[in-house]
Design a protein. Sequence first.
Length: 165
Amino acid sequence: MTDPAIDTRPTADDAAVVGAIALVGAIALVGSASALVLALLGTLLLGGGTASGSPRLVSLGAVAALGGVVVGGVAGVAVVFLLVATVGALVAWDAAIQALDLGETVGRDADAQRALTAHAGVAGGVATLTAGLGYVVYFANGGGRPVGALVLLLAGAVLLAAALR
C-alpha cells in the first residue's frame, strides 16, 4: 500500500493574494491601453501560475507585467503610476514565488496563509519605500527623463528583485 501523494500546489487563497497585488499594479497603467492589456495578461499568468504551481507561468507573468510597465513608460504614463505598477509587479512575483515555495515545503493542506501575507506585506513595504526613494530622486533631477536616470531606475528594480528573492 502506498501513501497518497502530497499536493504541493499553493492554495486558491495564495493565488488570490498574488492576483490582487498584480491587479493593483496593472490598474496603475490605465493611462495606456497597450500597457494595461500587457499588465493584465501578466496578472492572469501570475495568478494562474500560482494556482497551478507552475514557476514557468509565474515567470512569464512577471515578464508580461514588467513589460506593461516598459510599454507604459514609452507611452508617457506618469512616473508615479509607473512606480506603482513596478511595485505591484515585483511584489506579486515575489509573493507567487513564496507561495510556490510554501506549497512545496508544507503542502497545500497546511495553513500557510499568514506566512504568505506577512511576507507579501514586508516585501510591499520595502518595495514602496524603494519606489518612494526613486520618486524623490526623480524630482531632485528636475522631473526630466535622462537616459542615465532611467537606466539607474531599471538597475534599481533589478537589484530590488534580486534582494527580494
